[in-house]
Design a binder for this molecule. Sequence first.
Ligand code: SF4
Length: 482
Amino acid sequence: MATDTDPNFQFPVSNFNHPREACGVFGIYGHPEAAQITYFGLYALQHRGQESAGIAVHQDRRIHAHKGMGLVPDVFDAAHLAELGGGSAIGHVRYSTTGGSILVNAQPFVVQHRGRFYAVGHNGNLVNAHILRAELEAAGSIFQTTGDSEIFLHLLVRNLDKGLDPALRETVARLRGAYSFVALTSRGEVIGIKDPNGFRPLCVGRLNGSFVLASESCALDLIQAEYVREVAPGEIVIIDENGLRSIPGPRADHESLCIFEYIYFARPDSTIRDANVYLMRKAFGRQLALESPVPADLVMPFPDSGVYAAIGYSEASGIPFEMGMIRNHYVGRTFIQPTQSMRDFGVRVKLNPVKEVLRGKDIIIVEDSIIRGTTARTRVRTLRELGVKKVHMRISCPPHRFPCHYGIDFSTRGELIAAGKSVSELKDHLGLDSLHYLSIEGMLAASGVDQPDQVFCKACFDGCYPVDFDADLTKDCMEIGQ
Ligand code: SF4
């Protein structure tokens, strides 16, 4: 039987209705308890990736790493952390968008080149990975993994003769797509890099004189680090014994921070680019209430990831907020998927309605997104069977009609239920009395960000991809997105 230490271990795949994030990264320079701090940082970032976790620590000009399949507490115990010890460290939690969910693809990747060690952890997706990999392999590179992140190290070591800073600059000049990297050198330098569009978040914090890097500020809160700033698009930051130095890199014409980080991925207690996620979700809910009012007895999240938008909807509409469905928080990855004849059990084991709150009511259910629509229909039917009179659904983002190629796990239009159905068809398909999505204009206005068109990627809603990768999809933008 395959186990999580077996290199061929495959993470059990279930039929998720929600998209999954592609990874979380963390780094700390020169701390006596670097492994412990990184462990807690990864704990705070667990929502960004649950397939594998890893920590690499620099000590005595070497880099030691421990990685495994599963959640952070499954992969590390006290003995691992004690063995890894202190120094400089980087950490990674992974959900795979390229490369299989196997131990060999777990990060950070560590390599040895001319007697020196380097490690990297990556959040994002390189859209030119296939070209770079083919080129590197033709030149003799041997790849250890099937993901795109290893390419960074292959390019880096080829340029190191010129020195670290030029090597980093030349490496990132070859990369296209979404990347927030943390890297570690055999001199203990900790490096943070963000792509020129700034697709994925990466922030800098300070802890007892050390600098830290994290995908989200919630990780800084947990380790009681002070938030300093977001790494700028295109920027390389290098942390060493002299502090933090910044190498400004090429910036795209405008920023393309993934707006879906605010809608769904990021933790609500995180602040990205000076905007708090919780407050923005509430603002999306308020805007949704203004755009699509409907009389009802109560507003509820559906399930609990829509809770902040539902609070906003309730505040703006004056309709009471209730928790009409209760989530079982203890359904782990070992949950055995039921047979077809017992399929409703699969939904009910995770979510159970509160009959006394719902029966005989007209309700508005607020969801943050519908990606594949695999579970929403069953949940609506459950509500009907309970005696709910009217079921209205409000979605706190626009319809997902286009795939994401920047690190989120819906990479084909066929996976997206809204790509093949109109809103009216989807309402009927889900068995709803009404269905409304937040408009793109409303979403941008509610973000509260100045010139949001110059700040956010929204390609999965309008098909206008900020980094070109495929001629056919650029055509989609022109024909459908505009
Ligand atoms: S396409 Fe959508 S999910 Fe992907 S980066 Fe852009 S906004 Fe985010």
